[in-house]
Design a binder for this molecule. Sequence first.
Ligand SMILES: [Zn+2]
Length: 267
Amino acid sequence: MNPPPPVAEVHQFTIDEVVAQLRTLGVRGGGVLLVHTSFRAVAPIECGPEGLIAAFRLALGDDGTLVMPTMTDGETVFDRASTPTHAMGITAETFWRQPRVLRSTHPSGSFAAAGPLASHICAPQPLSPLHGRESPPGRVYDLGGQVLLLGVGHSENTTLHVAEAIANVPYSVSYPCLISVGERVENVMIAETDHCCENFAKMDAWLRDSGLQREGKVGNAHARLCASRDIVAIALEQLSEDPLVFLCPRSRACVECDAARDSVDRA
Ligand SMILES: [Zn+2]
């Protein structure tokens, strides 16, 4: 029998190495950092998702505030102390369950935060818009925070929904969400600027051309780091030229973007 082919060694990053990578990328000590991440792309890392979270917090220091999305599916009444995240990844799911991490109250669009500005970022917000100025990513924008996309692209970047809210884009799609009103449970429709979000990837070229996106490696993942205000400013420029710039053309037959386009035609 032939021996099995050699398996390529994948380097397991130590927490200190990840901290150094985050600093080289430009993560600001004492700042506010909103992270969207795919742990699978970053791994392997010492201590797994807990190790990655520890690296974020060490890079930020005691004066820094870490923020992650912990959105839920709206199919059960949201309890910020027990409802698991939906499609947010193991890092965010691990983060909100840690001690001294706050979670905001939106029944489908919650975020978790830890650090001195956590309670401000997680303060109550309107049901709609989900990601407006008065929401955790909107507050990260107002506070001059940074956005880190780690192993994911701009299609996962909730700060672009902040830009859509500020631009008051003409599309909106409503989704049902169970909420408790006193003793009763009600199914409420919540309007969102929703679509497939694939065209958010256009931001890469616009931010690179403007020199406003830093890129590098964190763990094994490709990382993008931007100022939240730069993301919003560039998106607002594009939205002022074409308010539907982030929607797929009708010719793509994208169900989600067509629903968003239909909402404009109805208005
Ligand atoms: Zn689409």
